[in-house]
Design a protein around this ligand. Structure first.
Ligand code: DAH
Length: 392
C-alpha cells in the first residue's frame, strides 16, 4: 500500500484571500494524495470518514479552525471559500468511490478525477495534466510519404514481367570471387574485363589463387552459375542486383548501377524462345507497338551472342536525335548459354548434349533513363527530393 503522510488542518493566523487560497490548495493536494492511495472500497470508506465525518472529519475541522476563528470582517469571504471547498471535497471523495471499484477503473484515473470533480489541483498531477494538454485546433504534422526510387521501381517492374511468365527470382553476393565473375563464365585468363581498368578488386589478396580473389561483381551473370550449382535443370530465373565497374561517371554511366539477369535452361530451348521471350518482355515494358531486333555480338558465356535493340520509343522508329537517327536503341546483351559454361556445372545435371538454355542481362538505369526520358544518370543518385518526387 502507498504510504501517505496524513494531513491535519492548519491553524490560520492570517485570513487574507492569498493565505486562504494557498491553504485550500494545500488541502486539496493532500486530498488528492490520499485519494490516489485508495484501491479498494474499504480504503475508500476510510477516506470518506476522515474527510467527511460530521463529528471530527477534516471538513468539520476546517469549519472550526478556519471559519469560526475568522475575524468578523473576513467571515463572509472565508465562508464562501469553505463552502466551495466542501463541494469540491465531496466531489473528489465521490469520484474516488467509483475509481475504487475494480470493475469501474477508468483508463486514466487522474483525468477522470479532474473531469468529475472540476477540481483544479496545482500539484504534480496538475503538471501532468498540463503537459498532456492537446490543442486540437492546431494543424497536424504533415509527414511526406516516400515513394519507391525510380530505378528500383523499374527493376521491380522488369522482375514482375518475368515473374508473370513463370520465372522465379534470385540474388547473389555483390562481393564475388574471380571464379564466379569470370572463370566459370568462360572468360579467358587475360580477358581485358579482368583488367583493373574495369574491375574493382579487393586489395591485399596477392597470396590467393587467382580464382579465389575477391572483387566487386561487374555484372549479375555470376548468379547464373551460382543458381545452376544449387538447382538442376529446368531453370527459369531472373536476378536483379547492384554491380560495380571502374568507370568514370558521365551522363549515361555510373560506377555503381543495376542489372537484371535472366537464365532459362531446359531441354530444347532455342534461339526462337529467347527472341519470343524478350520481345514479349519489351512489349510489356514499353508498350505493344515496340519492335525488337537482334544483332550479332560477342560474350564469352553465350554462343551465339546478340545485342537486342528496340524500336526507338521516342520516334517510333522514324529516326531522331535520341536514337542517333537509326530508329533503334540498343538495350541488352543475350545469347544461348555456351556449352563451356555448362561444363562447370555438369555434375548437377547440365549435360550440354541433353539440355540448352538462353541468358540475357539488362541495365536497369539505362531502361529507366529511356522510360522516363531522364537526361542524366547522376539524377538517380543525388537524392534530390525535387527530382525524386516527380515519380510519386
Ligand atoms: N553480363 C553482360 C554485361 O554485363 C550482359 C549479358 C550479356 C548478360 C549476355 C547475359 C548475356 O546473360 O547472355 O554486359
Amino acid at each position: 500500500m502507498v504510504k501517505v503522510s496524513v494531513y491535519t488542518v492548519p491553524q490560520l493566523d492570517d485570513f487574507s484571500a492569498d493565505k486562504i487560497e494557498s491553504a485550500v490548495l494545500e488541502l486539496l493536494g493532500a486530498l488528492h494524495e490520499e485519494r490516489e492511495a485508495v484501491h479498494s472500497e474499504a480504503e475508500w470508506k476510510a477516506l470518506r470518514d476522515r474527510w467527511l465525518a460530521r463529528k471530527n472529519g477534516l471538513l468539520t475541522q476546517v469549519n472550526d479552525t478556519w471559519l469560526k476563528a475568522a475575524p468578523k470582517e473576513a467571515k463572509r469571504d472565508v465562508g464562501l471559500r469553505v463552502n466551495e471547498l466542501k463541494v469540491k471535497v465531496e466531489n473528489v471523495v465521490e469520484a474516488a468511490r467509483w475509481a475504487s471499484l475494480d470493475w469501474l477503473k477508468p483508463p486514466n484515473d487522474m483525468k477522470f478525477l479532474f473531469a468529475v470533480s472540476g477540481v483544479r489541483l496545482r500539484d504534480h498531477a496538475t503538471a501532468r495534466l498540463e503537459s498532456e494538454r492537446l490543442d486540437i485546433t492546431l494543424p497536424g504534422v504533415k509527414r511526406p510519404i516516400g515513394v519507391k526510387h525510380p530505378v528500383l521501381r523499374v527493376q521491380d517492374e522488369i522482375v514482375a514481367v518475368f515473374k508473370a511468365m513463370g520465372y522465379s527470382v534470385g540474388e547473389g553476393p555483390e562481393v564475388e570471387t574471380d571464379y564466379y565473375n569470370f572463370e566459370s563464365l568462360n572468360f579467358p585468363p587475360n580477358h581485358p574485363a579482368r583488367d583493373t581498368q574495369d574491375t574493382l578488386f579487393i586489395a591485399g589478396q596477392e597470396s590467393k589463387l587467382a580464382r579465389d580473389r575477391l572483387l566487386l561483381r561487374t555484372h549479375t551473370s555470376p548468379v547464373q552459375i551460382r543458381t545452376m550449382e544449387k538447382q538442376p535443370p529446368p531453370v527459369r530465373i531472373v536476378i536483379p542486383g547492384k554491380v560495380h565497374r571502374n568507370d568514370p561517371l558521365d551522363a549515361t554511366h555510373s560506377p555503381v548501377f543495376h542489372q537484371v539477369e535472366g537464365l532459362a535452361v531446359d531441354t530444347n530451348i532455342t534461339f526462337c524462345d529467347l527472341k519470343g521471350t524478350l520481345d514479349d518482355a519489351m512489349k510489356a515494358l514499353f508498350g505493344s507497338s515496340v519492335k525488337t531486333r537482334f544483332y550479332p555480338s560477342f560474350f564469352p558465356f553465350t554462343e551465339p551472342s546478340a545485342d537486342m535493340q528496340v524500336s526507338c520509343i521516342f520516334c517510333g522508329g522514324k529516326g531522331c536525335r535520341k536514337c542517333k537517327f537509326s530508329g533503334w536503341i540498343e538495350l541488352l546483351g543475350c545469347g544461348m548459354v555456351d556449352p563451356n559454361v555448362f561444363e562447370f556445372v555438369k555434375h548437377n545435371g547440365y549435360d550440354s548434349s541433353k539440355i540448352s538454355g538462353f541468358a540475357f542481362g539488362m541495365g536497369v538505369e539505362r531502361i529507366t533513363l529511356l522510360k522516363y526520358e531522364v537526361e542524366e544518370i547522376q539524377l538517380f543518385y543525388e537524392g534530390d527530393v525535387r527530382f525524386l518526387e516527380q515519380f510519386a
